[in-house]
Design a protein around this ligand. Structure first.
Ligand code: MG
Length: 248
């Protein structure tokens, strides 16, 4: 069942989203050759605390950090550590925050110095796919209208969408119904209503869609080891259209 939120719940989610919007600006500015993913994680932990939130991922199912940092062929759920970013890398930064018991979730993929044309195009297409998906988050549309818009945008550019991980409802839990795949035929699944809150998150591979999880139990990588990008926003469905809570 998809939980419809009231104004007070949405206000808490809006506050959590505002923290993430600000944090993503600071993280993007901190990305540079030589910076470790652990340093980005520390920045995120400190920033969330300073802005009055709580980290959502730290300890979630045992996850050991505040952000997921996924470099190059890493798709999602990379664990921050001593790895130093290098010019030409791309890094996906995914982070959640909680305010008054309500969650927001967001991700960006950032180039490290100058990157290849393919990396630039992958980042642009993934961000465009997120925008296309969010545009469907209006009352009366169905969940798979979001999925279809994402998939169409990605495949028109010659890239592929990951099947194993999906977007999700969000609210008093980080992950709620419905699941929001990044592929599928339009016009199926639950009808969207004002007050629903969704984390829409295309994960896009430059090559084939298949992924595998490394021995650390978290890090998902592309099986063909080509690049992958990830963007995510938490949005509310409203009568006036989608409200993006996590906008930078
Ligand atoms: Mg998410």
């Amino acid at each position: 069942m998809i939980i419809v939120k009231g104004p007070a719940e949405l206000a808490s989610m809006r506050a959590a989203g505002r923290i993430l919007g600000e944090l993503l600006v600071r993280l993007r500015a901190a990305v540079a050759p030589g910076v470790t993913t652990a340093a980005l994680d520390a920045l995120a932990r400190d920033t969330i605390a300073a802005l009055g939130g709580a980290p959502a991922f730290l300890g979630y199912r045992g996850f050991p950090a505040t952000i997921c940092a996924s470099v190059n062929d890493e798709v999602v759920h990379g664990i921050p550590g001593a790895r130093a970013l290098r010019a030409g890398d791309i890094v996906g930064l995914d982070v959640g925050a909680c305010v008054d018991g309500y969650y927001a979730d967001a991700a960006v993929t950032v180039p490290v110095g100058p990157v290849s044309d393919e990396a630039q195009r992958l980042i642009a297409v993934t961000e465009a796919a997120l925008a296309a998906g969010m545009a469907q988050a209006t009352p009366g549309r169905r969940v798979s209208d979001i999925s279809h818009a994402v998939q169409t945008t990605v495949e028109a550019a010659g890239f592929s969408v990951v099947r194993e991980f999906v977007g999700h409802g969000i609210g008093a839990s980080l992950h709620e119904a419905p699941q929001i795949p990044n592929y599928g035929a339009p016009g199926t699944g639950p009808v969207l209503k004002a007050g629903m809150a969704l984390a829409i998150e295309p994960m896009v591979n430059a090559g084939r869609p298949e992924v595998e999880v490394l021995a650390d139990g978290w890090t998902a990588v592309t099986r063909d080891h080509r690049l992958s990008a990830h963007f995510e926003h938490t949005v509310a469905v409203t009568e006036r259209g989608p409200e993006i809570f996590t906008k930078p």
